[in-house]
Write a protein that binds this ligand. Structure first.
Ligand code: UTP
Length: 276
């Protein structure tokens, strides 16, 4: 059973400056809920209730968000406003939270390797909360856990992207196993469109088997001088098994202003309920 989920939240969020100067990108709200709460709700819906944040400087607001705020709760006790905190209260009751600092911003692979101290020797989920995934019936991480239970190997969520956008993503190559499921044979981080092996892009949802840590330790810095999870997964795919899964649902790249605005409009229209 997978219980742990790592949230790498150490990034600077430079695309959202000045908003992210002193506030973590993951605390930006989509309507009235911070991005990271959507992510933790998705983990919880998949049974991943042991949450590990890989943090950096200036991320205290995330810790505080997943903690009880006695003064505030006392203040609104007995009023209609109590309802607004029910969702987060349920998360705090059902999940445990651990925090570990990534010492330097050396890339997503390094952030995940930092999470080893939390994860230990078990398979685990990874959610990048700036990729907001909306699927109400079976959220994306729950879909992936179901697949993991069948295949028992690392799984990456993928999406078709326009071919001129491959430079923003890790791109996979593979053999189709069945509808929506591909066995990865190769992958490359942020290729130019002319060098991309496909237009199937890895998005911010992973289930990783713990041998990924050894692959990460053996991986030299890659694109941009950062330790890339794509490079470690590539080795794992060649020596073991990595599946790529075309998930059901909608994804918004909330690390970009356009994606953030689109997510806000979508969630306001489809998910938001006015407080009574
Ligand atoms: P991004 O590439 O979106 O970087 O990282 P960023 O710093 O968050 O945002 P911009 O590009 O400056 O606007 C992808 C994910 O990996 C995490 C980030 O927090 C984000 O969730 N990350 C990245 C780390 O935790 N540590 C790193 O060293 C790099």
């Amino acid at each position: 059973m997978i219980k742990k989920c790592i949230f790498p939240v150490a990034g600077y969020g430079t695309r959202f400056l000045p908003a992210t100067k002193s506030m973590p990108k993951e605390m930006l709200p989509i309507v009235n809920k911070p991005l990271v709460q959507y992510g933790v709700e998705e983990a919880m819906a998949a049974g991943l209730t042991e949450i590990g944040f890989v943090t950096g400087r200036g991320k205290r607001a995330i810790d505080d968000h997943f903690d009880i705020s006695y003064e505030l709760e006392h203040q609104i006790e007995g009023t209609g406003k109590e309802k607004s905190l029910e969702g987060i209260r349920e998360i705090i009751d059902e999940c445990t939270f651990t925090h570990i600092r990534q010492r330097e911003m050396r890339g997503l692979g390094d952030a995940i390797l930092t999470g080893e101290a939390i994860v230990g020797d078990q398979p685990f989920g990874v959610i990048l909360s700036d990729d907001l995934c909306i699927e109400q019936e079976e959220p994306v991480m729950a879909q992936m856990v179901r697949l993991y239970n069948q295949f028992r190997c690392s799984i990456v969520a993928i999406e078709e992207v326009p071919s001129d956008q491959t430079e923003k993503y890790g791109i996979i190559q593979g053999e189709s196993i069945k509808d929506g499921l591909i066995r990865v044979t190769d992958m490359v981080e942020k290729p130019k469109p002319s060098e991309a092996p496909s237009n199937l892009a890895i998005i911010g949802r992973y289930i990783l088997t713990p041998d990924i840590f050894d692959y990460l330790r053996d991986t030299p810095p890659g694109k941009g001088g950062e330790l890339q999870i794509t490079d470690a997964l590539r080795k794992q795919a060649k020596e073991g098994c990595v599946m790529a899964y075309k998930f059901r649902g909608k994804r918004f790249d909330c690390g970009s202003v356009d994606g953030f605005v689109a997510a806000t409009a979508y969630c306001y229209e489809h998910l938001y309920q006015e407080p009574e």
